[in-house]
Design a protein around this ligand. Sequence first.
Ligand code: NAD
Ligand code: MN
Length: 776
Amino acid sequence: MSVKEIFKSMEYGPAPEASDLAEKWLEEHSRDFACYIGGKWVRTETGFETLNPGTGKPLAKVAQATKKEVDLAVEAATAAQKKWARLTGFQRAKYLYAIARQVQKHSRLFAVLETLDNGKPIRETRDIDIPLVARHFYYHAGWAKIAEQELAGYEPVGVCGQIIPWNFPLLMLSWKIAPALAMGNTVILKPAEFTPLTALLFAEICTRVGLPAGVVNILTGDGETGKLIVDHPGIQKIAFTGSTEVGRILRKATAGTGKKLSLELGGKSPFIIFQDADLDSAVEGLVDAIWFNQGQVCCAGSRLLVQEGIAEKALAKIRERMEKLRVGNPLDKAIDIGAIIAPVQLERITELVKQGKEEGADLFQPSWSCPTEGWFYPPTLLSNVSPASTVAQIEIFGPVLVAMTFRTPKEAVDLANNTVYGLAASVWSENLNLALDVASQIKAGTVWVNSTNLFDAASGFGGYRESGYGREGGKEGLYEYLKLPFAHRTATAKTSKVEANEDPIDKTHKQYIAGKQARPDGGYSLTLHLLDKTTEEVARGNRKDVRNAVEAAQAAFTNWSKTNGHLRAQIHYYLAENLQDESASLEKALARSGSGKQELEQAIERVFTYAAWADKFDGQVHSTAQKGFTYTMNEPIGVVGIVAPNEAPLLSFLSLVLPAIASGNTVVAIPSESAPLPIVELYRILEMSDLPAGVLNIVTGLHAEVQTYLAEHDGVDAIWHFGDPAAQARAEMLSAGNLKQTWTGHSIDWASNKSEGTHFLRHATQVKNVWVPYGE
Ligand code: NAD
Ligand code: MN
């Protein structure tokens, strides 16, 4: 083709990035890699091949780590951790800084290697993945330096097992390793089996910068290796990014082990276009939202919600744009979409698109065809999709967009939230009033206003609901790698005996549900043998009581979560006043439960604490690397189920319930099993208070029974279990169903000032990051 002809047709020619550097690196290692343990390369007996999705051909052989290597790695990481944590923040900062420099220095090798192993376009690895990796190490080098002042009192968690997926191999590695190391932890990281190579190159960099042996260990292998890491008793924290399905397995596997857990899981994120949006920008944004990385992105804008009046016009524009997208050799700098990771993923996408058509969707794919060598799938649009259909609900994890329409902002929000996930959302409107109002109502960890796929180390990323819990990036992400030990009490409290009555009795003992004292469903009671040798009876809650309480809490959440902090503060102050007025009866109930006046005074003070905090647990504006602002909101989680401990029955109960309601959650609480009397006494006081009906619901009963109903209820979004440690394990196990956030503790000194404040409020909230770019 002559230059003249090219000018006429404006056709792209191939512009492949040279892969010689990466090929040379692979050859230098004879295309055969070991595991990186304690700063050394350790060979394993077996291994497997990693392939190039752009060609379908093998790139290299990597090791399959077995129990032997996992044990070795845990040993190395444990030995290294104490010394690593004892370094000054400045010393750790210098290592992280050196890593960032090395990533930049070798960025081309990293980018090409990533593209070869993963099949994503070189434009993306070069301009997005690798620069962001360096940014994460720089950002966290900074946190390492200033943590001693900014996070005083917090301690590193210890040895962290980190398991990552194949879609952003080195980027996910950096999101995991940088904060862990900055906070004084050591790590054992397992890359995904499809994409192990850049993690191995990263290991070489660790050696090159002189990182102490054992601080970073890289074990390659499949899910079996992952399982061995998760189950190892020498590991204190598991950080996982991957599918929701495996996330659930990990929640169950770590239940009761005391391991800290963070989960970054799947998504089905809405991309909302209002009729007053700048449509050209929105369509370009959409291309990025769903065709970036072949749509194999957990936060992909895979559900297009477009306002009815412009739907036809928008879809026509999208189809036209799709026709011009180019799928091809990932190393070609002029292509838009690269290869799908593996044949199994290609099959899954093909199968789901077929199902979408069968369920009535209209299919559009461009007229051109994909390369036949390697694994490719064309950009695909399924329109006219019903919100309940499979393709509208299931994460496809491929270049497939499903489109639906809406009429009103309310309908847009309802559709956006009509998913079990809550990872991200994109909202397009030139009316900032509308866009920000919608952003506030979407249940997702990240909302992009008139933008999409903006990432930066200074902003936390992570999910709501079944997209998981924990954040990566920002100050909020650091807490995943820190612990703040509770103040523990030494003496064990005397407790009363509790007896279940077999026969239903006449006297009606009550639960507190929806703002009223409610008869227990079963009509059974418990007899308490109190410390003053008298007996008393309370209601024995059953499944139906718990269900009623959860329904009341769910109904109350909509309004309570929207109240402002000032109002919640006033309600708390008034509650404190009422407790004071009713002190005689409360003191009596406390005395009969083995406690006294002092506990009541501490309880009233605690109400004041959360009256104070209710309007002060602020969000932040993050200094992200783009023009505009990224603000965070500490949003309530939803319905929090609380199992209170037996000890300090009034103080412990309020210490847990108040931070939850002060931050806008609604609560179903199970009070002390052996000393519920002070809480039963509280019912009357709550009735007199200004707390709206349903915000706090209380179900008394045998813990073994009621906690199970609470922990397995899908209407409960978080479960805090401070009762019997053996029962906590079961609650954590049951939380896997809808991936409730969990929090446990026992033998706590509730009177300590460590038993209140921001640590509690942090557990009661989840951070939403809203990106609002402006200007050119
Ligand atoms: P996956 O869950 O199958 O695998 C993820 C990782 O877990 C891999 O390293 C794998 O070897 C390992 N693994 C598999 N089974 C395991 C087990 N039983 N125990 C321990 N480890 C195990 O997911 P995938 O197919 O690699 O990745 C795609 C999924 O990841 C998508 O669903 C996507 O939504 C999700 N994802 C989420 C995020 C996020 O930040 N939320 C980011 C990227 C990907
Ligand atoms: Mn590969």
